[in-house]
Design a protein around this ligand. Structure first.
Ligand SMILES: [Zn+2]
Length: 170
């Protein structure tokens, strides 16, 4: 595995490979480079603090996942904050905490066995058909969902999941 110093240098080099046409390139690069490295350091500190995973391992995984320009990749919108969500070690830990396998649909209020797509077959309140609310739709879980991540997944995807609320949390 590359060291943190080597990885940061790789990110910086990638960021500015195509900016040579700019006037006052050095000043621009220095300013943007500092901003970029500050963001990356903040990001890996945040993820390390909340997962307990070593910063260098996180940075190495981030760089392994990156398939495009570092300046576009290392943007706030691409990386969720994880300070106010539940974090599980493994999927088994999640299942132990929520053994019922039942989740409250935010629209019809019924208990769905699918945490992402309502399968209660209850009548939807918004139209005459049966409820088919999806946690990943335009309106998500309308503030009634449950957001979490699983460490073993997070280190590969850097994504969180929002599902219908497990009935154990009612
Ligand atoms: Zn429903």
């Amino acid at each position: 595995m590359k060291t943190t110093k080597e990885l940061l240098s790789q990110i910086r080099k990638d960021a500015f490979r195509s900016n040579l046409k700019y006037h006052k390139v050095q000043f621009y690069e220095q300013k943007e480079s500092l901003k970029l490295i500050k963001f990356v350091n903040g990001l890996i500190s945040h993820y390390s603090h909340h997962t307990g995973i070593d910063k260098n391992i996180i940075l190495d995984a981030l760089e392994s996942n990156r398939t495009y320009w570092s300046l576009n990749y290392y943007q706030r919108a691409n990386f969720p904050r994880i300070d106010n969500i539940a974090i599980f070690e493994t999927l088994e830990d999640f299942k132990l905490k929520f053994p019922s396998g039942k989740f409250v649909c935010p629209l019809c209020g019924g208990h769905s066995t699918n945490p992402y797509e309502c399968n209660t077959k209850l009548k939807a309140k918004t139209n005459s058909g049966i409820c088919d609310w999806k946690s990943y739709g335009l309106f998500g879980c309308i503030g009634k969902g449950y957001t979490f991540t699983i460490k073993t997944e997070f280190i590969k995807t850097f994504k969180t999941n929002t599902i219908f609320k497990p009935i154990e949390l009612l």
